[in-house]
Unconditional design. Structure first.
Lengths: 367, 259
């Protein structure tokens, strides 16, 4: 014990670690009415870390070549000790990451945490959602099975609807007219290099913004639930007498992470077929189209919306408008009220929007 | 509009396999091209062959009849090895070119000894063009009783039922394992080997030998039970979930204490 203390002191006198722990963590106070939804950010950090670790392990054996990709994934699944588990962790983890990211954004929406001065927090979060969808899409193709090949063909084909540049963008993405050897190379580079780097930078920026402004106060349990930000000068949102991050909220983070891991492992061990159906074990064959092929669940609403409109441009414009509205919501919604029950128009619209998205996803799935 | 375009692209692509397959599949050979277009009995072998196990495995006309399947002018020339209809006495040797183990047992059996004296050849039971693979269904009263009584054939069939059922169970297990992405190649090779041994041995018509060999094969099959499975996957899952929930409970209790 004395030995450990001496090591701690040795580091402390050089780096001031004690100050970091006491002032930045124990002294870092969160709102008194902080709730469990606030821990979803930490859950997302754990998921991202798990995706990076499992991704790096898969890279040891994966070969990004159309003639070897499927066999290398089969080899990982069947020959490498714990390979099947690592692959399942990675595949299930990508869907879970998007699911938790969506839940995180929904909680921010209903608690009004995107309001001033946190417009940039929301915007970086929104870009992170798009990047997470991008990294999932690029990773989905890599096993080079029938499902991944055809789902990627359908998903990338949607981009061709963009007027004037659509076809060129699709060709740039695929590296040719069809999904093929150039596509797997491009998707692999994006999946393991570019997108993780950009995501890591944006996560850093997102956390930096939270550190600079302080954590927003939830609107629940307060008499005055309006946004207190004045907007004249920079102001750190203090929470005097609040909940210390360490150990109190750190423990809440740990509870949420543990519960997430329990749900995650439930899918990994008992329902992996939901994420890797049996058709995923058939090598990609560009000449044999499986029936009723669909993009991944997070693209189903977009896929169905495009099918719904008689014109591609209308379908695409509607989606672009909806995405732009969501991205710039903090700049559009200037109402200082944060409590969902005190802003019924917003709450009804938000619930309607979520139900519409779920409905379109289910319609896309069963159509 | 866009939906239609995707459908058209997918339809066009789905039409491609047959075109592409033609480039490599036996359908491209001149025998099929010519005979399929002929009326009546001349096209019948093609229709029958298309339903056969040989067709499933890409074994085409020239494998038995010889000739040059890629050259229309010389396809039926004796110089290119064309045999025409093989004489019955040469059939076991012809089939034995590929099915070696079977021929050895057959030639030593009562069937083989009677070859050329009215005894059955391979095609008597398996067919000549609509060739069917070996199965217990072939040992039936109607087939066997056309030459002799069914008693001994029935004894042989009974001796084979259990092993046959066990081999079919492995086949089913392989399908399930494949659908879970589990490597089945070693198990499939084992099944292939055992099934061949089992089918070959039947052709000896020696009930004692069949019983002995069946017992050996059954013992081999027993050894494959559990091979390729994920084993303790669910148990590990229960433990992992249990640990995660226990950790959540523990953190929750500590938090309650601190709050």
């Amino acid at each position: 014990m004395e030995f450990l203390r001496s090591i701690y002191n040795w580091i402390d006198v050089r780096l001031g670690t004690h100050e970091i722990i006491t002032e930045k963590r124990t002294g870092y106070l969160l709102p008194r009415n902080v709730n469990a939804w606030y821990s979803l950010g930490s859950v997302l950090l754990v998921i991202f870390a798990l995706q990076v670790i499992t991704g790096l392990l898969l890279m040891l054996y994966y070969v990004p070549d159309i003639d070897k990709a499927f066999d290398s994934v089969s080899f990982i699944m069947t020959e490498i000790p714990l390979g099947r588990l690592v692959r399942l962790f990675h595949a299930v983890g990508s869907s879970m990451m998007l699911l938790v990211l969506l839940l995180h954004m929904v909680s921010i929406l209903f608690m009004g945490s995107y309001k001033s001065p946190r417009e940039l927090h929301w915007l970086t979060g929104f870009i992170l959602l798009l990047l997470a969808m991008g990294i999932s899409l690029t990773g989905y193709l890599l096993p080079w099975n029938q499902l991944s090949f055809w789902a990627t063909t359908v998903a990338t084909d949607c981009v061709s609807s963009i007027p004037f540049f659509g076809e060129s963008i699709v060709e740039m993405l695929r590296g040719g007219k069809q999904v093929g050897s150039h596509t797997i190379g491009r998707f692999y580079t994006l999946h393991v290099g570019m997108l993780p780097a950009v995501i890591a930078v944006l996560i850093g920026l997102h956390l930096f913004l939270i550190q600079r402004t302080g954590v927003s106060t939830p609107p629940f349990g307060l008499e005055d639930s309006r946004n207190q930000w004045k907007g004249k000068t920079f102001e750190y949102e203090e929470h005097p007498g609040g909940v210390p991050f360490f150990p109190n909220f750190f423990l809440q983070d740990m509870i949420s992470i543990s519960l997430y891991l329990a749900c995650f492992m439930l899918f990994v061990f008992f329902f992996p077929d939901m994420f890797i159906p049996s058709i995923s074990y058939v090598p990609a064959n560009p000449l044999v189209t499986p029936s009723n092929i669909k993009p991944e669940w997070y693209f189903l609403a977009n896929y169905q919306t495009l099918k719904l409109f008689p014109s591609e441009i209308i379908g695409l414009t509607v989606q672009a408008a909806a995405m732009a509205f969501l991205a710039f919501l903090p700049f559009i919604d200037r109402d200082p009220e944060k409590h969902p029950l005190k802003r019924p128009l917003f709450t009804v619209s938000a619930i309607g929007g979520i139900l519409l998205w779920i409905g379109m996803t289910l319609w896309g799935l069963y159509s | 509009m866009r939906g239609w375009r995707i459908i058209l692209i997918l339809l066009a692509l789905s039409a491609m396999p047959s075109t592409a397959a033609l480039a490599v599949a036996p359908q491209v050979i001149v025998c099929i091209q010519c005979h399929a277009a002929q009326p009546g009995r001349l096209s019948k072998p093609v229709t029958l062959w298309q339903t056969s196990i040989h067709s499933d495995h890409g074994i085409a006309c020239n494998a038995c009849h010889g000739g040059d399947p890629m050259n229309a002018a010389n396809s039926m020339s004796p110089a290119s090895g064309f045999l025409g209809v093989p004489p019955p006495t040469s059939i076991p040797a012809l089939c034995g070119g590929c099915h070696m183990g079977v021929t050895k047992h057959y030639m030593n059996s009562a069937h083989g000894i009677a070859l050329g004296r009215g005894g059955p050849t391979c095609v008597t039971c398996h067919g000549s063009h609509a060739i069917v693979s070996a199965s217990l269904a072939l040992i039936d009263k109607k087939n066997c009783s056309s030459c002799h009584t069914f008693d001994k054939a029935l004894m042989i069939r009974k001796a084979m039922v259990k092993t046959d059922r066990m081999l079919k169970a492995i086949e089913k297990r392989i399908t399930v394992l494949k659908s879970q992405g589990i490597e089945t190649d070693p198990l499939e090779m084992k099944l292939f080997s055992l099934r061949n041994r089992f089918h070959a041995m039947f052709h000896s018509l020696d009930v004692t030998l069949i019983r002995q060999e069946s017992a050996h094969i059954q013992a081999e099959i027993e050894k494959t039970n559990g091979a390729g499975g994920v084993g303790t996957g669910h148990l590990v899952g229960v433990l992992a979930i249990g640990w995660a929930l226990l950790a959540a409970l523990l953190f929750s209790l500590i938090k309650k204490n601190i709050d």
